[in-house]
Ligand binder design. Structure first.
Ligand SMILES: NC(=O)c1ccc[n+]([C@@H]2O[C@H](COP(=O)([O-])OP(=O)(O)OC[C@H]3O[C@@H](n4cnc5c(N)ncnc54)[C@H](OP(=O)(O)O)[C@@H]3O)[C@@H](O)[C@H]2O)c1
Length: 267
């Protein structure tokens, strides 16, 4: 059975580790973690029953390494691994804006690199993860990594040139969705509901609408039209959204976030 290692046990690294280990993608005995903050590493060891080690030990023991440090720390970590990383190993990076090509350049020639763009709902198994592979990765290796990720939510294979667009939509998207839900709650409160009741109703409404869209396979406009009767309440609400240019604002939120992801990559 392959051995896996995690470098960086912060928010995203821990979510990936929990999703993979708890759903049997790897046994705790075959999962190693490392972080420069020992307490973060120990938290995962305690909660998952996995092993810890230093960078050299992870490189020696593991077939696949997940790199989950901040983008600005990637170069340092790869430099510290330089003498130990073997090109038969697979490196899976979640660092936003760092291309497989720039990681390959910092590893031995011929190294295999896969890049992910997860989002925070991965923490509860309801995430969206986009996956792109570097030029040395085989289809079998890519499929193996995708199978490890399925407990975290939906997994989509995308060409790497689309990673900034993915970052703008599903990477930043949870924040846009929370913003929309918060506004729904404020609307409910303004209309006379208690904040607790409005919160439950708003969150369940967005969850239910998203599930209906995915499960029915129907176009969102078709589902919207089905609940919009002539001269009715929903029609009045939709007119208010159009008057407030909500659609244009949402489109711009995604495109501006994607543009910013591209800028950060160049920086
Ligand atoms: N969180 C998200 O929603 C999200 C979404 C998509 C992608 N990502 C990507 O996921 C990566 C991790 O993000 P995060 O939010 O999980 O960050 P985080 O919570 O800061 O976790 C990173 C961890 O790595 C540690 N670290 C720093 N340098 C290290 C080194 N040289 N060796 C080992 N560990 C080191 C950090 O310690 P210190 O705190 O001491 O630096 C921290 O514990 C980022 O590249 C980000 O772009 C995150």
């Amino acid at each position: 059975m392959p051995k896996l290692g995690l470098i960086g046990c912060g928010a995203m690294g821990s979510a990936l580790a929990k999703g993979i280990v708890k759903h049997g993608g790897v046994s705790p005995d075959n999962f190693y973690v490392y972080d420069i903050v020992p307490e973060r590493m120990e938290d995962l060891v305690l909660s998952l029953g996995c092993r810890s080690g230093n960078l050299e030990e992870l490189c020696r023991e593991c077939d696949l390494l997940i790199l989950a440090v901040k983008p600005q720390d990637v170069e340092n970590v790869l430099a510290s691994m330089a003498g130990f990383f073997r090109k038969e190993q697979l490196l899976v990076s979640v660092a936003a804006g760092i291309s497989t090509r720039s990681i390959e350049k910092l590893l031995p020639a011929g190294s295999k690199v896969i890049r992910l763009m997860p989002n925070t709902p991965c923490l509860i198994g309801a995430g969206a993860v986009a996956v792109s592979s570097g030029k040395e990765v085989t289809l079998e290796e890519l499929e193996y990594v995708e199978s490890l990720l399925t407990p975290l939510g939906m997994v989509k294979r995308v060409p790497e040139k689309l990673m900034e667009a993915v970052t703008g939509l599903s990477g930043s998207g949870p924040a846009f969705a929370f913003y929309f839900i918060e506004a729904l709650i404020d609307g409910g409160v303004e209309a006379g509901l208690s904040r607790d009741l409005a919160t439950d109703l708003a969150a369940q409404t967005v969850l239910g609408a998203a599930r209906m869209l995915l499960e029915s396979g129907r176009h969102p406009a078709e589902l919207k039209n089905a609940v919009t009767s002539p001269g009715g309440t929903t029609s009045a609400g939709l007119l208010a959204l159009e008057e407030g240019a909500a659609r244009a604002a949402i489109i711009k939120a995604v495109t501006q976030a994607a543009r910013r992801a591209g800028e950060l990559k160049r920086e």
